[in-house]
Design a protein around this ligand. Structure first.
Ligand SMILES: [Mg+2]
Length: 228
């Protein structure tokens, strides 16, 4: 395998797709099934966070007995409801398919994920839109509570494939929240912030991403950032 000159790590929700609350509703249904609690997600924030941390907060907010098993039970319920919830409202964001296809043609660019989704949830969401095959590695929200640790996992996964000395200044993180910007910094990567999630351009700008775009519809301008 050729060592890629540049690596792109994509966030999922608000960056590749808009799930329109599908994940939230899937978690709510799981909470009804398992604990008989309705509207369990009221007041729990999702954007930029890991599934592990969201479920842990959910358990604490409802004073349920804590522990990895209790968390995994809710995550399994969530996965069960996710496909149906995605089919009702989720959409791909502008330009994503074309951008991924253009990236796939670049032999010196590797494409992975840096997401708070658990690995199987990521596969369900991306598979729903037929784009899962574009991503061969990444960091996920199965174990980590802190997104910075997800970024470290993504870099480990990259280095397993392309060498332990692969430089992180050749990695571009693309994400839609201040937490994406922060976690890119935590591993020494560059970051392109995109205002297709809940944060507008003027809200992302103060977090000083290297690059900032309203959306990813102009794939040329994204590819331009990746040229050696
Ligand atoms: Mg996001």
């Amino acid at each position: 395998m050729i060592r890629p000159h540049t690596t792109v790590l994509f966030d999922i929700d608000g960056t590749l797709l808009s799930s329109s609350g599908a994940g939230l509703r899937a978690l709510e249904r799981a909470m009804v099934d398992i604990h008989g609690i309705a509207h369990a997600m009221d007041g729990v924030s999702l954007a930029g966070r890991t599934d592990r941390s969201i479920v842990r907060d959910l358990i604490a907010a409802h004073r349920l007995s804590a522990g990895i098993e209790a968390e995994n039970t809710i995550l399994a319920g969530y996965l069960g409801h996710l496909p149906e919830q995605l089919s009702t409202a989720a959409t791909l964001l502008p330009g994503i398919v074309r951008l991924l296809e253009h990236l796939a043609e670049q032999k010196d660019i590797a494409v992975g994920l840096l997401t708070g989704n658990i690995r199987r949830g990521a596969a369900v969401k991306l598979g729903h839109f037929g784009i899962h095959h574009h991503f061969s590695f990444g960091g996920f929200g199965d174990r980590h509570v802190d997104r910075d640790d997800v970024a470290r996992e993504a870099v480990e996964s990259l280095r397993d494939r392309h060498g332990a000395d692969y430089p992180t200044d050749r990695v571009l993180v693309i994400g839609d929240t201040p937490l994406d910007i922060r976690c890119a910094r935590a591993v020494g990567a560059r970051v392109l912030a995109v205002a297709t999630g809940i944060h507008a351009v003027h809200e992302l700008a103060p977090h000083a991403p290297d690059h900032l775009m309203a959306d990813l519809s102009n794939y040329d301008s994204v590819l331009e950032l990746l040229r050696p």
